[in-house]
Design a binder for this molecule. Structure first.
Ligand code: SF4
Length: 441
């Protein structure tokens, strides 16, 4: 049996595509190897969102090229966003890559791999809209949680973002497809589904002529076996009342919302073609805090955007101090060719990086404050791992891979169980807790 290794770079949405490719390859009779070493084919599912992500993808391909030359791996396939965006450049400059799979061709991965193994240099680039989002997946996330992608592409035109030009128009998946996949995930032991798309609040608009996220979440929550639903990537300009009610009243939907705002200054928001104003974002945050007690809010921000002088940056920091997002991620602006903002005047990249560091520091103090406030509270956590004799879990405030963990000081816990813990402190951004009772929730 020939072996294939998948290296998935970039975001959670890309990971779902990697899992679909692994599912298709397993169905076609390939064995999936966790390590590149010794694999007949190594696929890199690349990201091309910003400069550092592109560099990581190129470095990975170059490293694999060296392994191939040394006879340690067989063939190399470049898939996903970087392959899509720079198809000609990669084909010309990386002769060691044996096949190319664009974002519309994940379902054809087996043909590309077969081509590579037989010496053909296959390049598959159908339109992104042709991607079949219902392909079966081979999950790479540990047992109890999985991402559930409800749409692909993006119809927003943020001036700094290259995603719509790579991933194509916004396409909601049919509700019955999503529910079928959610049921399959539950049957395979998944207890937490993490709902993702480039913009989840827009779900349904293209397909049904109306926003249907609230109803979709309700239906997912009716599936036996699913205990937690977590929601990411809500565009802030249109969060309907029905959705807020569902988030507040549905006990399976975690009181955790990820709303990427990017910035708060009106001039920058307008220039970047973001819908809504700073005042509207402030009002939304206040409304969510008032209507959903205990809600944990995550956001993502960009420093050094065109138009960000000292005053605009100070405005952003002041807003963060006041809004107290419990979770936050920040990127220095990366000018991307082909986007509207590329040619706009902007702060130099040193300033953008220094400001990103300052925001990181500010956010880490806010997050420490949040963990301190949690101390003494009893929460449900999902026990996920035992590392060096210590159990690690996650509560409603921790999304996998991006938010840290809950360190549990107990014994004889079962991985995959939901247990009650009391938060007793924090350690470097992680919460520390002790079990209140053992067993499943
Ligand atoms: S909402 Fe804006 S930032 Fe997000 S993927 Fe779409 S265009 Fe990019």
């Amino acid at each position: 049996m020939q072996t294939v290794c998948m290296i998935s770079l970039g975001c959670a949405k890309n990971l779902v595509n990697s899992e679909q490719m692994m599912g298709a390859l397993a169905a076609a009779g390939y064995a999936i190897s966790p390590e590149p070493e010794g694999s007949d084919v190594v696929i890199v599912n690349t990201c091309a969102f910003i400069g550092p992500a592109k560099q990581e993808a190129i470095d990975t391909l170059l490293e694999l090229g060296a392994m191939k030359t040394a006879g340690r791996i067989g063939k190399i396939v470049a898939a996903g966003c970087l392959a899509e965006r720079y198809r000609d450049e990669i084909a010309a400059e990386l002769p060691e890559v044996d096949a190319f799979v664009g974002v519309g061709a994940f379902g054809e991965i087996a043909a590309a791999v077969e081509g590579a193994l037989t010496g053909a240099r296959t390049a598959l680039f159908p339109p992104p809209e042709e991607c079949d989002d219902s392909l079966p997946r081979a999950l790479s996330s540990p047992g109890a949680w999985a991402y559930l992608k409800i749409a692909d592409g993006c119809d927003n035109r943020c001036a700094f973002c290259v995603v719509p030009s790579i991933r194509g128009k916004y396409r909601s998946r049919a509700e019955e497809d999503i529910l079928r996949e959610a049921r399959e995930l539950a049957e395979s032991g998944v207890r937490e589904v993490i709902v993702i798309a480039q913009d989840t609040t827009r779900y349904g608009l293209d397909l049904y002529g109306e926003r249907r996220l609230a109803g979709l979440l309700r239906k997912i929550s009716e599936i036996d076996g699913i205990l937690w639903i977590r929601l990411h990537y809500m565009y802030p300009d249109d969060v309907p009342e029905e959705l807020i009610r569902e988030l507040r009243d549905n006990p399976k939907i975690l009181k955790y919302l990820d709303i990427p705002i990017q910035h708060i200054n009106d001039g920058i928001l307008k220039k970047m073609r973001r819908r809504g104003t700073g005042a509207e974002i402030r009002a939304l945050i206040a409304r969510l805090r008032a209507e959903i007690p205990g809600v944990v809010l995550r956001t993502s921000l960009i420093t050094g955007l065109p138009g960000e002088g000292e005053a605009e940056f100070e405005e952003l920091c002041g807003f963060l101090r006041e809004a107290k997002f419990e979770r936050g991620g920040v990127f220095p602006y990366s000018p991307e060719e082909g986007t509207e903002a590329f040619s706009m005047e902007r702060p130099d990249s040193e300033t953008a990086y220094a400001r990103a560091e300052a925001v990181e520091e500010l956010q880490s103090r806010i997050m420490d404050g949040f963990n301190a406030e949690r101390t003494g509270k009893v929460e449900t956590v999902l026990v996920e791992a035992l590392e060096d004799g210590v159990y690690l879990g996650r509560g409603y405030a921790e999304s996998p891979d991006i938010d840290g963990v809950v360190v549990i000081t107990g014994e004889n816990l079962r991985i995959g169980d939901f247990i009650e813990v009391k938060i007793i402190g924090s350690d470097g951004g992680d919460a520390v807790a002790e079990p209140v009772t053992g067993g499943s929730a």
